[in-house]
Design a protein around this ligand. Sequence first.
Ligand code: ADP
Length: 629
Amino acid sequence: MTEKKEFQTEVSRLLDIVANSLYSDKQVFLRELISNSSDACDRRRYLGLTNKDLVTDNPEYKIRIGLDTDARTLTIKDNGIGMDYDDLIANLGTIAHSGTAKAVSENADKDEKLDLIGKFGVGFYASFMVAGNVEVISKKAGDDKAWKWVSDGVTGYTIDEVIKDDVGTEITLHIKDDASEFLLEEKLKQVIKKYSDHISFPIIFGDADDAEPINKASAIWMRPKSDITTEEYNEFYGHVNPGMQFDAPWLTMHWRAEGVIEYTNLIFIPTMKPFDLYDPKRENSIRLYVKRVFITDGVEGLILPFLRFLRGVVDCEDLPLNISREMLQNNPVVSKISQAITKKVLKELQKMAENEPDKFAEFWDLFGPVVKEGLYDAHQYREDLNKVVRFYSSDFDNLVSFEEYVSRMKEGQEHIYYLSGTDIESLRKSPQLEGFKAKGVEVLLMVDAIDEYWLPVAFNYDGKTFKSITKGESELENIGKTEKEIKEAEKAKKEDVKENNDPVLLKIKEILKEEVNDVRYSNRLVESPVCLVAQDGAVDMHMERMLKNSAGYEELSKRVLEINENHSVIKKLKSVVANDGNEDILNDTAWLLLDQAKIIEGESLTDPTAFVKRMSKLADLQLDAAAKA
Ligand code: ADP
């Protein structure tokens, strides 16, 4: 009995765009289908090793291309794992994990969608770029029943039970009038050579058993590096990074290790962010092979989470072929390979950072925040990571390293200073930075959420601990002084009771007592009249704001308001306080000073209405003065 079903909404939308796109590179559909067939063969071969009952015949895996020019059909047939009824519905009627669906649904603009499809591909659905009707007949390994799935790519699809002798999948495309070129044998062979040469199963044209495969059909990673062209590497990269087909690798690493454990790695760093980069599972996608046989991907512990953007293949000679996923967890061979990969990748990144800083900056922009996760949770690689990580700096436009920072530290400077916030441009304008700039003390600018996690646990670099410049009393006055001078200054400060009895500080404290923890003179301000800082033992202000947004912190803790003794507003305030001036004016001024410090920090005001009234009052006064002049 024929069952009719409708596509999931996202699928319909995607198909509509695919079918109607004037997208020029239609030929990629063939790569997508062959890639799926290759994966299916990989999976059935592995099943044969781990579950002998399900694959009894040990078949020769092949992908066959068939052509019927009279019927205008093109067929791609494999003897891979196959799909049962549920698989057909789940895989071909819905979009489970394809990045394209997400990107397409998030971007409303049609041109943008087209562009995204161009960039990321649509897997099986690409068939509808060239076919008005697609038939999928499939029988799953270990199943008696076979199923036929048919769709015009518009309204939905039908499913029927059918008879099929052999396990595997056969996809028949009814080629549209405007895609007749895909009914030409030469054209198809050319496309297959171009895009699918790296597929490790033979791709054969027609039914003949003795036909030569169109592709090389050997595992590319086992071939000598000198024999492999950049194009071949890039095509293979497309195969191991599906869904990102127009991305080229940023870096290709291909090496063999021969020692106690023998293995070959072909690993890529992408140029584009994978969609699942920030998936909380932090899984990797490296494919593990044992002696050329695909075992599984995403083995836990093979790639540390801070390198989860890597793509590629690890092929090991020293694991049993029938190893299960469970046995791979905490496997000593896997952890040895993992260490070697981590060391190698960090070494390559370090070289790139030193020799090609501009190219490295492109990488860092995309993956820096992920790599920095290693500073938090991969302590064993701390030293290697320290040589790779880069930061924006108060003094330079380009990225700087820890080593460079430390080499520029000033006499008497004990800490690596940093300032955290949401974007570099606002950080550069922070009032708290003014004094450091004036003294030529470099400050690292931190804008990634992960920074707030590793900074508190990063004990030190080269013996120097990290210190936020928006927290505690600034040690700026000590920098550049000898130890003796510092001691003397500290002694003098203790004896100087001025701060404790300063009428301006006392006055502001009294007015803002519900709002701030303390009011003091600042040595980090140069141009701005005020700024906020966190108390010494408190959480960094930016971290606290982040926690407030994400973890629902009720309120921010009370800050310290620092004021600039040399600013004309503060000077005038002093004389008004000294003369017991108008309370209302003092009150307004204190509140305006606090509110502007909060605005700079991007924090909300306790009483925005009062702030607006005070500002209007000031504008009014200014206009009065202008009218009189
Ligand atoms: P992707 O390959 O990126 O997952 P596709 O749309 O190309 O997306 O395919 C969806 C799913 O359908 C595949 O993940 C696979 O499970 C299944 N599939 C597609 N083609 C085949 C095939 N020839 N044999 C077995 N399963 C297949």
